[in-house]
Ligand binder design. Sequence first.
Ligand SMILES: NC(=O)c1ccc[n+]([C@@H]2O[C@H](COP(=O)([O-])OP(=O)(O)OC[C@H]3O[C@@H](n4cnc5c(N)ncnc54)[C@H](OP(=O)(O)O)[C@@H]3O)[C@@H](O)[C@H]2O)c1
Length: 226
Amino acid sequence: MTEQMKAAVIDTYKQPLPTLKMVPLPVMGPNDVLVKIIAASVNPIDLKTKDGGLKMLLPYKLPLIMGSDFAGIITKVGSQVTNYQTGDHIFGRVQKKRIGTFAEYLAVDQGDIALIPQSLTFTEAAALPLVGLTSYQALHDIMKLRQGDKVLIPGGSGGIGTVAIQIAKQLGAFVATTTSATNFELVKSLGADLVLDYRTTNFAEILKDYDYVLDTRGGKTLADKL
Ligand SMILES: NC(=O)c1ccc[n+]([C@@H]2O[C@H](COP(=O)([O-])OP(=O)(O)OC[C@H]3O[C@@H](n4cnc5c(N)ncnc54)[C@H](OP(=O)(O)O)[C@@H]3O)[C@@H](O)[C@H]2O)c1
């Protein structure tokens, strides 16, 4: 009999919540490790996936196990896995076509994982991959931020903002951010140089000569104001 595990599954788009079900353990490829999931985090993309907002881009077959981010312990390694072993504490973000971290076990390619630094708990590590990769790719790989560049990071108190502010500062940039007044101290403690309340201030009237904007909010806000 196939071994079973608990997983959070959607059977139809827009169902109010995923359902906890018994499903078969994931099938491993030679480059995969099998991970016992200790922690997983919820991102905006999980809500969009659940509601079918991405189905034109990502044609998943339902039923679907949700979840992209995870941290856990390797329980088995595939025949071609070279860098990891059973017992390693790892974290990562799975490829979009292989989501399914809201489950007891996950099969994931060795190229999509890293060892958890000793300073992080499983819960802290599981909160980082998607926001960390998004922020790092945008600020480091695409913008190639350098010492003295000026960057606006809207929504500085959110998942992306809290990580992006720290990476931008590490790269030497001058960082402006928007947030509500209650989160001013938080974003300042992360290193933001200039903080604006998006409820009372129009950033376009105050900020001049910025090199980059990490516009995660989308829509017309940025185009309308600049
Ligand atoms: N999370 C990811 O990994 C990820 C990856 C790629 C793209 N994205 C996209 O990035 C956006 C933010 O994601 P998130 O995970 O950071 O969300 P989040 O954790 O919900 O944070 C959103 C932040 O935006 C702030 N905010 C609300 N209304 C605003 C406005 N009108 N102007 C400026 N800031 C405003 C809020 O600040 P206050 O609490 O101070 O009101 C909140 O802290 C979403 O559109 C998401 O789809 C996210």
